[in-house]
Design a protein around this ligand. Structure first.
Ligand code: KG4
Ligand code: ZN
Length: 349
């Protein structure tokens, strides 16, 4: 018997995107509406949590309505409502959760709470994705708040291999951009400036060599950029070369550690997801070096790297299919270590 189609509404509001989407298993996107907040935060050079919460509160209802209309579905067509419950900015999370609860109660639907990073992890499986690509794999999850290497053995079974000891890689881009006098968000701004720049013009440090460590550290890199700019106040080296070199230090470390992680656990498949996964140079370098090592790499499409509701809908659908149900008791978690989401036991330990 063919599977009845299973549909979820996914709601995301953990940072600075108010997003809602309708997705059908195994990963077909029927609609994907994202309302960004760049104009709210850009004059401050970073996300202001209070302003983010207010913007989510203003936009969450219209975004949900647009997602349903664009998908051509009514609440009665849905099987569940998936919502990001953490980790993230608590005001935004609570706003999305309250909207999700109201919607689910009104429509008589079950609610499924989703870990934001599980959403990113599954984002390459949305839409056509990469046919045939499945668990197990190594995942590099790189966003504004996280830098994580996981061994994703199966759905819901993710073994942490490495993470950042200080700044997340997205923060390294955002803080670096501020030092370079560029706008917010910093990642795309550095990437744009770096186009055509010489990535070997300045040697920035690569912390924690991968031979010993799968953890990351980016705070020293930011300090190195600050020191470099203080020593070269009048330029001399074109800004595009500085940006390209800074970006290259990040890309080099992410690539080396991802490949080392694949070697460490004997996987030949790598998923790279999260906002920084949209970086063109990272996609280029990882693809080239992975091909040389016989490793297949899977990225989400560019639009699905940054925060969206579709990835939350898919994670919710998979948890719903696995029997998870939530209701009005669901709470938001500003901090939610990925380890607590997971079955921690290593099958072979
Ligand atoms: O996943 P995401 O949208 O939100 C979080 O969960 O944090 O990631 C946002 C981060 C920001 O730090 C942003 O600067 C970075 O992703 N980012 C990029 C690019 N696009 C977004 N970093 C480097 N290159 C890009 N093209
Ligand atoms: Zn994210």
């Amino acid at each position: 018997m063919a599977d009845k189609s299973m549909l979820a509404l996914g709601i995301e509001s953990s940072c600075d995107e108010t997003a809602a989407a309708v997705v059908e298993l195994p990963g077909r996107i029927l609609s994907n509406v994202v309302h960004g907040q760049v104009e709210v935060h850009e004059r401050y050079g970073g996300v202001v949590p209070e302003l983010a919460s207010r913007a989510h509160a203003r936009h969450v209802q219209p975004v949900i309505a647009a997602a349903l209309t664009q998908a051509g579905v009514t609440p009665g067509d849905l099987d569940c409502v998936a919502v990001t419950i953490g980790p993230g900015l608590i005001g935004g999370l609570l706003t999305g959760l309250a909207a999700a609860k109201g919607f689910a109660l009104g429509a008589g639907l079950p609610l499924v709470g989703v870990h934001h990073m599980e959403g990113h992890l599954l984002s390459p499986f949305l839409d056509a994705g990469q046919p045939g690509f499945d668990f197990p794999f190594v995942a590099l999850l790189v966003s504004g708040g996280h830098t994580l290497l996981l061994h994703a053995r199966a759905f819901g079974e993710y073994l942490p291999l490495g993470q950042t000891r200080d700044d997340a890689v997205g923060e390294a881009f955002d803080k670096g951009a501020r030092l370079l006098g560029l706008g917010y968000p910093g990642g795309p701004a550095i990437a744009r400036l770096a186009e055509g720049g010489d990535p070997a013009a300045v040697h920035f440090p690569r912390a924690l060599p991968e031979k010993k460590e799968l953890d990351f550290s980016f705070s020293g890199l930011k300090t190195a950029l600050r020191t470099f700019l203080a020593r070269h106040p009048q330029g001399g080296i074109p800004p595009r070369d500085v940006a390209a070199s800074y970006q290259e230090a990040i890309v080099d470390v992410l690539t080396s550690k991802s490949l080392a992680a694949c070697r460490a656990v004997g996987e030949r498949r790598l998923v790279v997801a999260g906002g920084v996964g949209a970086n063109t140079r990272l996609r280029e370098v990882i693809r080239a070096r992975a091909a040389g090592a016989g490793i297949e790499v899977c990225f989400p499409s560019l639009a699905l790297c940054t925060d969206n509701g579709a990835m939350i809908a898919l994670a919710g659908l998979r948890r719903w299919r696995a029997g998870e149900r939530g209701g009005v008791e669901l709470d938001a978690l500003a901090r939610w270590p990925v380890e607590r989401l997971l079955r921690e036991k290593q099958p072979n330990a």
